[in-house]
Design a protein around this ligand. Structure first.
Ligand code: FES
Ligand code: FES
Length: 159
């Protein structure tokens, strides 16, 4: 058996000191070692985006990153979006615009959209569409996801 190494993941501002094998993915560590199952795993090879989290503010497919690579980094997951019982504007927009059906892809879309808009609030509509096209949804047909993200983008820009 491969030896486990202690690492500390900071997820949504809380430290989790865990022991992981070198090959453990960040997605598995978040779900199984930190107990935060809001991050979903679909394809497990970087295609669907369901596992997207923010690592030091940047959207990352957590099935493609080793947990050890995230040692000491700031990680944000869907569980950290709502504050004081209030949904994040992106979550609210997904509800208002029916941007989800089964919800499997939703945490990935939320983290992707929040991550991109926080880094680049003035991103053009076209580029936003390009970014969102990297994640897969098998239910909604994408139209309402795009509507939701555009509405939240406006609000995040303070318009
Ligand atoms: S589970 Fe990571 S991209 Fe699909
Ligand atoms: S809402 Fe079901 S996969 Fe997107």
């Amino acid at each position: 058996m491969t030896e486990k190494t202690p690492i500390t993941l900071t997820v949504n501002g809380r430290n989790y000191t865990i022991a992981v094998e070198p090959r453990r993915t960040l997605a598995d560590a978040i779900r199984e070692d930190c107990g935060l199952t809001g991050t979903h795993i679909g394809c497990e090879h970087g295609v669907c985006g369901a596992c997207t989290v923010l690592v030091d503010g940047e959207p990352v497919r957590s099935c493609l990153m080793f947990a050890a690579q995230a040692d000491g980094k700031q990680i944000r997951t869907v569980e950290g979006l709502a504050k004081d019982g209030e949904l994040h504007v992106m979550q609210q927009a997904f509800m208002d615009h029916h941007g989800l059906q089964c919800g499997f892809c939703t945490p990935g879309f939320l983290m992707l959209a929040v991550g991109v808009l926080e880094r680049e609030p003035d991103i053009s509509d076209e580029d936003l569409l390009d970014v969102l096209s990297s994640n897969l949804c098998r239910c909604t047909g994408y139209q309402n996801i795009v509507k939701a993200v555009r509405a939240a983008a406006k609000e995040m820009r303070g318009q």
